[in-house]
Design a binder for this molecule. Structure first.
Ligand code: ATP
Length: 322
């Protein structure tokens, strides 16, 4: 299989910190790989190496068949990059930003203008195109940033946490834009801290933690690797929750989580559902919700790493404010 992005054994150290500690990646052409991991996991370092902005200490990587260190120039002609922090010039208008990039890429003026207009239209920014980017909302700025990375019609796009800090609506809009790019056949590597984002967009997912790939597969495969499905039982009467919890513990051997008025527990054998139903019936407990579902990616991350995806950032923030 031809991979648009391939990396083997990438290592990057900063003093004692192993930002990357032997990372392998392979993204087939036209697919979207979601790189999922908490703050400091090494996602940005991997993107910077693949986008030729940083040299690895060890390992090799290629994009479009070109080596990222030896053939950086060819790699740059194929890729687009959108960072966590929008890279557009705030003082320029949307049109001016895109035309400037087109000119820098060597497009004739008329072509640069046409491309800018086309992209502004596509990202629903035509009306705002004549305004300085500093007047844009966060979501608009992120769309302009993404448009900027597409001026050169990249075959491979790196989106480094493209929706961090966006409100839910802007996030959903940006997901729509990314889906459009995938329909155009662009290969995308998208980093995210949001499990839902990887679940929504990615064909394949790799999970980073402390500079290593700790799990990989499709969203469904990752959910299956925890070996567990999740049982949810919500009693009609809230004061029956403790009783439900006891039944679930007895039958599944797992202590359920009781937040939100329902008992939620991992189950390894789907047959337990019938047993739970029978026991609740015997006890006269009516359930308004009784479901067996696959684990969420959040639960998968917790099962693999032993901590929630946002633990590290929360700890860092607490440290910063201490
Ligand atoms: P975030 O979501 O916060 O961007 P990340 O997964 O992208 O996190 P990286 O930015 O790749 O993580 O950082 C990985 C590790 O390398 C972190 O511990 C970080 O502090 C460290 N690091 C990254 N760049 C540098 C640098 N220039 N100098 C020193 N340490 C660095």
């Amino acid at each position: 299989m031809r991979y648009a992005i391939q990396a083997e054994g990438l290592v990057k150290r900063y003093g004692e910190t192993h930002a990357l500690d032997g990372v392998d990646l392979a993204v087939p052409q036209g697919r979207l790989l979601g790189v999922l991991g908490p703050n400091g996991a090494g996602k940005t370092t991997a993107v910077r190496i693949l986008a030729t902005l940083l040299r690895p200490d060890e390992g090799t990587a290629s994009v479009g068949g070109f080596d990222v260190t030896g053939q950086a120039h060819q790699v740059r002609s194929l890729i687009g990059l959108t960072g966590q922090y929008a890279g557009v010039d705030e003082m320029l208008t949307g049109v001016e930003n895109l035309v400037m990039i087109g000119r820098l890429l060597g497009l004739p003026r008329a072509e640069a203008r046409a491309r800018a207009a086309e992209l502004l239209e596509r990202f629903a920014l035509s009306d705002a195109g004549g305004r300085a980017a500093k007047t844009y909302s966060g979501g608009m700025r992120r769309r302009l940033d993404l448009a900027a990375s597409l001026v050169g019609r990249p075959q491979v796009l790196f989106l480094d946490e493209p929706t961090t800090g966006l409100d839910p609506r802007s996030r959903t809009e940006l997901w729509g834009v990314v889906r459009g790019l995938m329909a155009d056949g662009v290969t995308v590597l998208l980093t995210t801290q949001y499990l839902e984002e990887a679940d929504q967009l990615a064909d394949d997912i790799v999970v980073f933690d402390h500079g290593r790939v700790i799990a990989s597969g499709t969203s469904d495969e990752l959910k299956a690797t925890t070996g567990a499905q999740v049982l949810e039982v919500r009693p009609l009467q809230a004061d029956h929750l403790d009783l439900v919890a006891r039944v679930v513990t007895d039958i599944t051997g797992e202590t359920p989580d009781l937040t939100g008025g329902k008992a939620v527990a991992s189950v390894h054998d789907p047959a337990v559902v019938a047993a739970v139903v029978r026991r609740l019936d015997d006890l006269g407990v009516v359930a308004t919700e009784l479901a067996l579902r696959k684990s969420s990616l959040d639960e998968v991350f917790l099962a693999i790493t032993g901590h929630r995806a946002e633990d590290e950032s929360t700890a860092e923030k607490e440290e910063a404010f201490a």
